[in-house]
Design a protein around this ligand. Structure first.
Ligand code: ATP
Ligand code: MG
Length: 472
């Protein structure tokens, strides 16, 4: 039985995406100028100029549709802005270019195989821009006349609508009347009615009525009365991802699965049918492929099977730009006994363009701290700012950023407006950074429970993960 493949409606988009507020909420873009030169401190990003410029160049190529099926690796020490820069890229991508972010460990789930999880992530990152022609009615409302039956159960009515050239009367059914009253359409409004869906949208009030002051608020928008025909054909464009098309057409789940976020595995035969259909649409000029970006954070957590799958997927015609980030140096490739740069197999590394990030200078750290304080609505005294900056130098940037909100809590307790050095000192004793924690562990030698690390590596997932963690 041939399945009818549909692309769903544009409203379905973005249901599964959620805005996350947190460590990177201050990042609003890459902060580059028109010539793609990085500004020193812009759109929430500071320093790391070379990496930001590289990211900007890649972005430009993505936007021009020139760079699908390639891979980029951000490599550098922890908290040097790899994730932040990738998120900055996402903000600058443009509205209908898909961006998907996963942490590599999300791939290991019980409900689906690793390759299925990767396939879904890849297909989420490929947009299909679909062009459809619909018939619309566009004009200025001259009169709406509604007759209710005695019981009020049925309504009939007439809508008179005009353009600069003509005037037409339409009969209205109950559904249409409800739609018009929901939009609070009055005589003098300029409206569009989509003939297939019956959706009514108000463009504004006609200029001809701009002197009827009674029926409008301060924010009333005035528009010209439309010209020409009242009934027109109009092209609408909407973008969905391949994954959304997969889910909508998978019989077992239906599009409700998009709301639940629980899509399960999708049959390969269905994906093939969809690919064929999309190819057909492309030939007919109805659809266009928009390769987006798949960002895999902590990519060293993938195992050798995932890597070889990725390798192959990158060669596929329908492939997004894959951006990866890793903070590992030489480390073991998960699932093997082989050590390799960044924990990635050499054959994958070979196809990857590597962008490195470097530790920040003291001045840059200070600026980042200031940006975060603004974001979290915290004021530091100048002394506190200096102390926190030097703390970041001796611990890590991330630790220092984490202390900001903790210190604010302490300062509030003593009813102070600003966070001062003493608040920082306090939280510094409450919360340890990694170095002090290791020191503490040494002092406690023997009194904590230690886990034995087995030497047979590369077989079990758990054994592998412990091995990984100890190697860095
Ligand atoms: N150049 C920058 N400008 C502004 N904020 C930054 C910059 N670099 C890092 N940050 C902020 O510092 C924190 C740590 O950076 P991020 O998480 O991007 O590091 P990372 O390189 O991904 O580290 P890891 O390897 O541990 O994942 C985040 O809150 C991030 O938003
Ligand atoms: Mg990161």
């Amino acid at each position: 039985m041939a399945t009818q493949i549909t692309a769903g409606s544009s409203e379905l988009r973005d249901i599964t995406k959620m805005e996350r507020i947190g460590a990177h909420s201050h990042v609003r873009g890459l902060g580059l100028d028109d010539r793609l030169e990085p500004r020193e401190n812009s759109q929430g990003l500071v320093g790391q100029g070379k990496a930001r410029k590289a990211a900007g160049m890649i972005l430009k190529m993505v936007q021009e549709g020139r760079i699908a099926g390639r891979a980029i690796l951000f490599a550098g020490p922890p908290s040097t802005g790899k994730t932040a820069i990738a998120l900055g890229m996402a903000q600058n991508l443009g509205q209908d270019v898909p961006f998907t972010m996963i942490a590599a460990s999300e791939v290991f789930s019980l409900s689906m195989s690793k390759t299925e999880a990767l396939t879904q992530a890849i297909r989420r990152s490929i947009g299909v821009r679909i062009r459809e022609e619909t018939e619309i009615i566009e004009g200025e409302v001259v009169e709406i006349q509604i007759d209710r039956s005695l019981t009020g159960a049925t309504k009939t009515g007439k809508l008179t609508i005009k353009s600069t050239d003509m005037e037409t009367i339409y009969d209205l059914g109950t559904k249409m009347i409800d739609a018009l009253s929901k939009e609070k359409v009055l005589a003098g409004d300029v409206i569009i009615i989509d003939k297939t869906s019956g959706k009514v949208s108000k463009l504004g009030r006609s200029f001809a009525r701009s002197r009827d002051y009674d029926a409008m608020g301060a924010d009333t928008k005035f528009v010209q009365c439309p010209e020409g025909e009242i009934q027109k054909r109009k092209e609408v464009v909407h973008t969905v991802s391949l994954h959304e098309i997969d889910v909508i057409n998978s019989r077992t789940q239906g599009f409700l699965a998009l709301f639940a976020g629980d899509t399960g595995e999708i049959k390969p035969e269905l994906r093939e049918q969809i690919n064929t259909k999309v190819a057909e649409w492309r030939e007919e000029g109805k659809a266009e492929i928009i390769p987006g970006v798949l960002f895999i954070d902590e990519v060293h957590m993938l195992d050798i099977e995932c890597f070889s799958f990725l390798n192959r997927a990158l060669e596929n015609e329908l492939s997004p730009l894959v951006i990866m980030a890793s903070n590992r140096g030489m480390s073991r490739i998960r699932g093997t006994n082989v050590r390799s740069p960044h924990g990635l197999p050499v054959d994958l590394l070979d196809r990857v363009l590597i962008v490195s990030t470097r530790p920040y200078s003291e001045d840059e750290i200070q600026q980042i701290i200031q940006i975060r304080c603004e974001e979290e609505d915290v004021t530091l005294t100048p002394d506190a700012l200096n102390v926190l900056t030097s703390m970041a130098g001796s611990t890590t940037l991330r630790y220092a950023l984490n202390l900001i909100s903790c210190a604010q809590m302490v300062s509030r307790r003593r009813k102070a407006e600003k966070v001062d050095v003493e608040d920082l000192r306090r939280v510094y004793t409450y919360f340890m950074d990694e170095k002090r924690s290791v020191q503490w562990l040494k002092e406690q030698q023997g009194s904590l429970v230690f886990e034995e690390i087995t030497t047979s590596r590369g077989d079990g997932e758990n054994g592998g993960a412990v091995g990984d963690a100890m190697e860095t």
